[in-house]
Design a protein around this ligand. Structure first.
Ligand code: LMR
Length: 442
């Protein structure tokens, strides 16, 4: 029997977003009051991210006998992230030079309200590589889970999974338990996703109520060029990568439309991270690759954030009449390659990363960021959407490189998605037997 349209999640989220926009426009104060609904939904998702990553990674790699394979998946993922992130940074740089969205502002940085961005520049402490690596090691296991630090949980999960695989037969009951646990956790994901429309409504009503659509007009050229560049990146660059891997980017985007709407509503790519992991497994990517690539992608593969960084840095320079030589522009690119690592998928993260980049490049006045602070929430949405699609494509590509992608399932799922059969999502349907733990192919 066909599900009635009003029960379909993306229809509900779309409707909620439209209602949120309407409320924000007509009753801005009430819209602002809706903030807890969005925040509450994001908290619910954050609550489950650490267990999702732990269970997926442990269940995925526990069957492996060879640590080298984990390193190989990680190495391939990092190579992909580095190449694609650099392409994103270069595209942002080129478009900002061609479109020159900051020309004509003639802003005097000494007269801009630098105090408004102090909160961001304070957070943007640049980290040395050693500090970055040290931060991946948790103080205690409990601390990693308590903070919900993705890379720290990932590190512990890899070690745990590998130790479990070394136990052989003796470790089987624990592996099975954790695999079963992952089904339970994804059941929680399913329950939480039911309230996604409420979260998207609250977050959207707040955004429009607080910042107002009127704030977009003076910066329409920057916004327009950023959105178009991201679209170009997704459909041309990621589209080409998808084609070479054997799937259509359009079909993939249609496949994850619910998640994209949730990301749009909440302006945080993390808000749909567990759902993305579930969908990628359903598409035929193996558990270990999904478990390793998605969480690392959230720290190393932020394509939307990268496009934004070079475009926004050049915008600030142009708006404050700061001339930049090619060498200085390439320095920004090099610095952004480092500062973007470790930025997370929460709203506003890209703005903090921009502050970190400009702090290292003294030529561009950091105070110029005050010009774009008012529209950052609207930029954040596009950064998050692009980051999200980028991580999905990255996981499919690395699965393909590792020969851990079921191409037949990928094609059939993309063509006609199978219903989600988890009992938490569809109580009336029978439960699918648990998938056996898949070891990586030799
Ligand atoms: O969520 C993301 O991926 C990005 C974030 O929304 C941001 O504002 O930079």
């Amino acid at each position: 029997m066909k599900t009635p349209f009003y029960k379909i999640l993306y229809v509900q989220v779309l409707f909620a977003i439209v209602c949120g926009i309407a409320l924000g426009i007509f009753y801005p104060a009430l819209g602002v009051d809706m903030k807890p609904l969005g925040d509450g939904f994001i908290k619910l998702i954050k609550m489950i991210i650490a267990p999702v990553i732990f269970c997926t990674v442990v269940a995925g790699i526990a069957g492996m006998q060879d640590m080298k394979k984990i390193g190989r998946v990680g190495g391939k993922a990092l190579l992909y992230f580095e190449v694609v992130s650099t392409v994103a940074l270069v595209i942002g740089l080129v478009v900002a030079n061609v479109v020159r969205p900051g020309d004509g502002f003639n802003a005097d940085p000494t007269k801009l309200d630098a105090s408004s961005i102090a909160a961001y520049t304070d957070k943007a402490k640049t980290q040395s590589t050693v500090e970055f690596v040290m931060n991946i090691i948790p103080n205690t296991v409990v601390d990693a889970f308590a903070k919900g630090d993705i890379l720290q949980v990932l590190l512990f999960a890899i070690l745990f999974g590998f130790a479990l695989s070394m136990l052989g037969e003796r470790g089987r009951p624990v592996t099975r338990l954790i695999d079963d646990m992952s089904h339970v956790i994804f059941g929680v994901v399913g329950i939480v996703m039911k309230v996604a429309p409420i979260g998207a409504f609250g977050a959207m009503a707040f955004t429009i109520g607080k910042f107002g659509l009127g704030s977009l007009l003076p910066l329409a050229k920057l916004m327009g060029s950023f959105y178009l560049t991201c679209a170009l990146f997704v459909f041309v660059v990621l589209g080409l990568i998808a084609r070479l891997t054997g799937f259509s980017i359009f079909r993939f985007i249609a496949y994850i439309k619910e998640e994209l709407l949730i990301v749009l509503g909440t302006s945080s790519s993390e808000s749909a991270l567990p759902a993305l992991m579930r969908k990628l497994e359903k598409l035929g990517c193996s558990k270990p690759v999904v478990g390793l690539v998605v969480p690392t992608g959230y720290s190393f593969n932020l394509d939307g954030t990268n496009i934004y960084m070079t475009m926004a840095a050049l915008f600030v320079a142009q708006a404050t009449n700061t001339d930049l030589s090619l060498g200085q522009q390439l320095t920004i690119l090099g610095v952004a390659m480092l500062t973007s690592k470790g930025a997370s998928g929460i709203t506003g993260a890209g703005f903090i990363t921009l502050a970190a980049t400009l702090a290292v490049v003294p030529t561009i006045p950091v105070a110029g960021m005050a010009l774009i602070l008012g529209i950052d929430r609207f930029m954040s949405e596009c950064r998050a959407l692009t980051n999200f699609v980028g991580n999905g494509v990255a996981t499919i590509v690395v699965s393909h490189w590792e020969k851990e992608l079921d191409h037949e399932r990928l094609q059939s799922e993309l063509k006609s998605p199978s219903p989600d059969v988890h009992p938490a999502l569809h109580p009336a349907q029978p439960t699918q037997p648990a998938q056996p733990v898949q070891p990586l192919a030799a």
